[in-house]
Structures are given as structure tokens and as C-alpha cells.
Design a binder for this molecule. Structure first.
Ligand code: DGL
Length: 273
């Protein structure tokens, strides 16, 4: 039995990752699921993020997905490990769930000269310390500094991220991070929504600091994973289809989603099961 690759995010942010995955691995079938009815996840507790993420992963499994990518840092930080360790065993042994933090941690040391890295992320991701732990595993010599940006996802989801109102919060968070890490030369956009604010983040970040968004990194990591695991790759169907699902009844969902995906898409509402 084969099935589509599932891509999950709390809202539209995961579309910035899906866009890169679909460009790099176009042959596969994909189902994108955004839990827009309950987004943002960033400020919620571990228990709630885990419960919501599990419901979405199980919905994608029930649709036949052999592999689900949590294209959401907050869900990767707060729910991935528990799902992998506790919940996957209730499913067929070939089901897999992968996140976006580990692929970023695995390569981040290749980008820095000063050894000082910054992470911009939601409060949930920062509180979990997942980036600190994962990066320490691969590059123990690096200094990693984090800054929670709780206003950024609401600004983006409300399409206020290019307006003057966003300047205050973007400048405030980046200034605070620079204060912690004056030698920082690499800044990770550790939330899949943030690439939408790329130009605003660039505007308030010194030119000597490179910005990294996760889409290309996660796409390359998935391509490598499928090569390393041919038995998993054979479970992924190859019809080139893309299905976009959301939990919210929003007549503008397709229009909003296309801003993140970079091309027109049609988003259908579903009930989770
Ligand atoms: N896009 C998600 C992430 O990467 C979080 C958005 C939210 O707060 O729901 O963390």
C-alpha cells in the first residue's frame, strides 16, 4: 500500500516548507493540513500542543499517509518526541513522523564563522529548549541564543507583517537578540511563518548576519532521508498531486494560503478524526 506524504502546520506557515519540498521532490503525492481553526499554537501549553498535533497526525495517517512532516517548529519542539516514542507504536511499523528542528540542527554549524548562532522562534519553541539541545548534540562548541517573538505569527496570520506596526516588534526582538549575542553571524528563522517577514527581518538585522529559513534545509533533509530509507520511499505514492486542507471555515483560506505557498492553491475545510 502506498500513500501521500503528509505535511502539517498549525496554520499556513508550513506552506513555506512545503513549497520547497514540492519543488525539490515533485513526483510524490502530498496532503497539506493546516490547523487554522486552533492556530496559533506558539503560546499554548505542552499538553495542548501535543493533543492538537497528534489529532492532526492521526487524521493524516487515516488518509493513508505513510510519512508525516511536522512543518511547524512549535509542534516539532513540543509534540514530536512524545508522538514518536508513545503513539507511533499504535500504528503500523512503517509509519513515520519527522520534524523541522533536527534537520536545521544537523547543518547549522556549517554556516557560522564566529560560532554564535541566533534563533528567532515562538515562545513554545524557545521554552522547550529543543534548538539548544539538538544543536549541542551535533555542534557542542556553538553558542546558541534564542529570542521568543510571540507577536510575529499573529501579525503574519493577520497580514499585518509588512505594515509599520510590525516594525516595532521586529526591531525589538532582533535588538534584544543582538544584545545577547553581539558576535552572532547566523540567524535561524525558527518558525515556518517567518519567511513571510523576510524583508522586514532583513531590514532590522545587520548585513553581516546571514538569515536562514528552513524550507530548503528541510527539503534537502527529506530527499536524503528517502534515499537512505528505500523501504519508506516505496511507501510514498508518486502521482504528483497536491491537496490542501484546513480545519477552519474561512472563505479566504485559499487566497491566504497562496501567499505562503507562492502560487495559487485551493484549500478545503475538513473535520479532524
Ligand atoms: N509555524 C509554526 C512554527 O514553525 C508556529 C506558528 C504558531 O504559533 O502556531 O513554530
Amino acid at each position: 500500500m502506498t500513500g501521500p506524504i503528509g505535511i502539517f502546520d498549525s496554520g499556513y506557515g508550513g506552506l513555506t516548507v512545503f513549497k520547497e519540498i514540492a519543488a525539490q521532490l515533485p513526483l510524490y503525492d502530498y496532503i497539506y493540513l493546516g490547523d487554522n481553526a486552533r492556530a496559533p499554537y506558539g503560546g499554548r501549553s505542552f499538553e495542548v500542543i501535543y493533543k492538537y498535533t497528534l489529532e492532526c497526525v492521526e487524521t493524516l495517517f487515516n488518509m493513508g499517509c505513510p510519512l508525516v512532516i511536522l512543518a511547524c517548529n512549535t509542534a516539532s519542539a513540543k509534540a514530536l518526541r512524545t508522538i514518536q516514542q508513545q503513539d507511533l507504536q499504535r500504528w503500523e511499523p512503517w509509519r513515520r513522523v519527522l520534524g523541522v528542528i533536527r534537520p536545521t540542527a544537523e547543518i547549522i554549524g556549517n554556516y557560522t564563522q564566529t560560532g554564535q548562532i541566533g534563533i528567532l522562534a515562538t515562545a513554545g519553541t524557545v521554552q522547550s529548549s529543543s534548538y539548544l539541545l539538538e544543536i549541542a548534540h551535533f555542534f557542542p562548541e556553538l553558542q546558541v541564543h534564542q529570542e521568543a517573538c510571540p507577536m510575529w505569527v499573529p501579525l503574519i496570520e493577520n497580514q499585518e507583517h509588512e505594515g509599520a506596526g510590525a516594525d516595532f516588534f521586529v526591531q525589538k526582538n532582533i535588538t534584544r537578540l543582538l544584545h545577547q549575542a553581539p558576535q552572532m553571524d547566523t540567524l535561524v528563522l525558527g518558525c515556518t511563518h517567518y519567511p513571510l517577514m523576510w524583508s522586514k527581518i532583513r531590514q532590522f538585522t545587520p548585513a553581516s548576519i546571514q538569515l536562514l529559513s528552513q524550507g530548503p534545509i528541510v527539503a534537502q533533509s527529506l530527499a536524503d532521508y528517502l534515499i537512505r530509507h528505500p523501504e519508506k520511499e516505496q511507501r510514498c505514492s508518486k502521482g504528483g498531486s497536491r491537496t490542501f486542507l484546513t480545519t477552519e471555515a474561512d472563505p479566504n483560506a485559499s487566497e491566504k494560503g497562496s501567499l505562503f505557498y507562492g502560487q495559487p492553491l485551493f484549500m478545503q475545510q475538513i473535520e479532524l478524526n
